[in-house]
Design a protein around this ligand. Structure first.
Ligand code: 3EB
Length: 310
């Protein structure tokens, strides 16, 4: 069904599905994500635009200053091939635009196939697509991202892109992921720790990448509470680096490997970011490194310039 292009359309991410799938109905494009919802808002609005187009491999949302989309793997021979093909498609679709934010959902991310962990195979495919596209790895092409394990189905890639200027950030407490040594996989993960976008209407968006208990390149923290502490320190450092103002709208996603850690996690986050407690979604998901027990991502936004009241 085609609806009026004047009607705002939304890209929404919803957990709780069996396999990643995109449904488009009237004014909504929904990515059903195979992660378990635990607490907080049950769906998240990622982007709004004016036109939706879709086929069996994904959906795109066009707005005046935005192109957002969900792309699903077509079931290639291997996870590496499927990941490479998804990134090729995404690069073609976003050609000439800046990429603001990416989400990677990798089925059974910590399982091994023929001795290779699925996350390692995913990184190999992503790396190949970057080299094909840019001839090398350039920091200006690395945007904020998250990589989560899903319970099944194909790889899913969600992106937000557009023409507005974007600045990418790294965390001085962490080695840029693109420089991780080979012990974390032959091909490094390719993302920035955060990205900031200024829109022409005066609004600003900050995207904080999936943040975990990593210092330098090493996973640290033997138990959940310690990993949470390190993760929060990484986040606080990024909020300073990116100059995220105190007065802003926030939306958080907290991914827990084990749902039994929910209460301690909720309490600590409520103590640390009391104004944001109602904007935190808690999900159960596998994290890309098998020794990591949680990952936290967020986006922040300030409103367009207000016209002076007359
Ligand atoms: C890390 O810092 C944790 O592979 O796209 C976080 C965000 C992580 C994005 C990705 C991985 C990715 O290395 C994992």
């Amino acid at each position: 069904m085609n609806s009026s292009p004047l009607q705002p359309k939304s890209l929404i991410v919803c957990p709780g599905a069996v396999a990643a799938q995109v449904t488009v109905a009237y004014d909504r494009m929904v990515l059903d994500c195979p992660l378990s919802w635990l607490a907080g808002p049950e769906s998240q609005l990622l982007a709004q635009g004016s036109t939706l187009v879709h086929n069996e491999n994904g959906a795109l949302l066009h707005g005046t200053h935005l192109l957002a989309g969900v792309l699903l793997g077509k079931g290639a021979q291997s996870l590496e091939e499927e990941s490479c093909e998804l990134y090729r498609r995404m690069f073609a679709i976003t050609h000439g635009l800046n990429r603001y934010r990416l989400w990677n959902y990798v089925p059974r991310i910590n399982d091994r196939i023929a001795g290779v962990e699925n996350y390692v195979a995913f990184n190999a495919g992503r790396h190949r697509a970057f080299i094909e596209q840019f001839g090398g790895i350039h920091p200006r092409e690395l945007s904020a991202a998250s990589a989560l394990g899903s319970t099944g189905g194909t790889v899913a890639l969600v992106f937000i892109a557009g023409p507005d200027p974007v600045k990418h950030y790294e965390n001085p407490l962490q080695i840029p992921a693109a420089h991780y040594p080979e012990c974390y996989g032959k091909n490094a993960p390719l993302f920035a720790r955060g990205s900031r976008v200024h829109a022409p209407d005066g609004s600003t968006s900050w995207y904080l990448s999936g943040t975990a208990s990593i210092r330098g390149c090493a996973s640290i923290g033997a138990d959940f509470s310690h990993q949470l502490q390190i993760t929060l320190e990484n986040i606080q450092r990024m909020l300073v680096e990116m100059e995220v103002p105190v007065a802003r709208h926030a939306a958080w996603n907290v991914f827990l490997r084990d749902r039994r850690d929910l209460e301690i996690c909720r309490q600590r986050l409520a103590d640390t970011f009391p104004d944001d407690v109602h904007q935190m979604t808690f999900l159960e998901a596998d994290i890309c490194r098998s020794d990591l027990l949680l990952e936290i991502e967020a986006s922040f936004r300030t409103l367009p310039h207000q016209k002076a009241a007359s």
